[in-house]
Write a protein that binds this ligand. Structure first.
Ligand SMILES: [Zn+2]
Length: 398
């Protein structure tokens, strides 16, 4: 199988570090608001990748985090007048409900940031001892000037110098004007308690973990020092994943932290990135009132995982028609005598060649659509059964 690696900007042959075992980490949500189509695209894309890896005989160990404490959660909880932890729990449940509806399977380990604090403290302590981090006014920052390698993933996506990285960090709320930092690009590993905010004890005083360190701590804890695949939305490559590489590799002394970096394209709405802060959201829960889960999953599969896209009504209508066609194919397949039949080797080989090529799901759906139409036209129950079996590999419920 071949996958596009953001770090090398090349399509590479996928070889796991350890036999048939694949270790994968995907950045999870900050549960303070509802799930939109952009989230669904990221998690359904990785779910499809994992289902396909399993279909190809790999054994997958998959970790995802829940950022259950951060500025957005605290702000939203204040606005709503509810406890921050209650808001986090409620929104996590809503997220999982939406993902369950779309047949996105849950990770092997689904870990909350607040459950990882001892490991986070231990990593921060080590980074300080090795000179990669410093304490300032109850906060701990990563010292980018001490790390000549800093920014490798940022450079891979075209942020070629310090100023280019600083501009993006500025945009993404990395607090470059925080006066406690030595350098505007330094990022917070441990944040000192602000009045009225929840805090955990630490060697540097009460506070809470920064966002980037949470993912390193969970990945290292549940998957080991080196991962096969790390994924997330394209907007996480810098600064989030770039910071994860720096702190993880200087903590473990092992590089690379991740062999294959995979990023999903952004979903747009009227030309703008779909995001909570812009308020231009297509909610999964709203779509589910109008369209079947299979139709929504088909809408997602009809876009290659790396492709940025915008959701147009015509695309939803196309996905609905495909869902209806596959319904008929599945009904015909029910007449296939035994579950003993293997997929026709020609169909299966073609399907695999498309997915082996950096997970070309739009072409795979197209293939199954054409084969499904042919099965219906010739009333070929076993061909219909082959199609239904491969639809299930893509996470569709048929
Ligand atoms: Zn992350």
């Amino acid at each position: 199988m071949k996958l596009f690696n953001t770090l090398t900007q090349r399509v590479e042959t996928f070889v796991p570090l350890e036999g048939n075992n694949v270790r994968i980490y995907v950045c999870g949500v900050t549960p303070y608001d509802t799930t939109h189509l952009g989230h669904a695209f990221t998690y359904a894309s990785f779910d499809t990748l994992i289902r396909y890896l399993e279909f190809r005989g790999y054994s997958v160990r998959y970790v995802q985090n829940v950022t259950d404490i951060d500025d957005d959660i605290l702000r939203k909880a204040r606005e709503l007048g509810v406890p921050w932890d209650e808001l986090g729990r409620r929104e996590t449940e809503r997220f999982l409900r939406d993902m369950d509806a779309l047949n996105v399977r849950r990770p092997t380990f689904y870990v909350r940031a607040t459950d990882e604090i001892p490991h986070i403290i231990e990593i921060v302590q080590q980074l300080i001892e090795r000179g990669y981090a410093y304490v300032s006014d109850g906060c701990v920052y990563y010292d980018v000037r001490h790390d000549p390698d800093f920014g490798v993933l940022g450079r891979a996506i075209g942020l070629n110098d310090y100023n280019a990285m600083l501009a993006v960090a500025n945009e993404r709320g990395n607090y470059p004007d925080d006066r406690r930092k030595r350098d505007p690009l330094d990022f917070v590993l441990w944040q000192a308690q602000a009045p009225g905010e929840p805090a955990w004890p630490s060697p540097w005083g009460p506070g809470r973990p920064g966002w980037h360190i949470e993912c390193s701590a969970m990945a290292l804890h549940y998957l080991g020092e080196q991962l096969d695949i790390h994924g997330g939305g394209a907007d996480l490559a810098f600064p989030h994943h770039t910071c994860e590489i720096a702190q993880s590799e200087h903590y473990t002394g092992k590089a690379p932290f991740v062999r294959y970096w995979l990023h999903t394209g952004m979903v747009y709405q009227q030309g703008e990135k779909m995001s909570k802060s812009l308020g231009n959201l297509t909610l999964v829960s709203d779509l589910l009132k109008q369209y079947s889960a299979n139709a929504i999953r088909l809408l997602l599969l009809n876009h290659h995982y790396r492709q940025p896209w915008e959701c147009f009504p015509a695309d939803l209508q196309l996905a609905s028609r495909q869902a209806a066609l596959f319904e008929e194919v599945a009904a015909l397949a029910a007449g296939c005598p035994a579950e003993t039949t293997e997929s026709s080797s020609e169909l299966r080989a073609h399907f695999e060649s498309l997915l082996d090529d950096d997970l070309k799901t739009p072409e795979a759906v197209q293939l199954l659509q054409e084969t499904g139409q042919a099965a219906l036209a010739s009333h070929d129950v076993c061909l219909a059964s082959d199609v239904a079996r491969l639809l299930r590999v893509l996470g569709l419920r048929y």
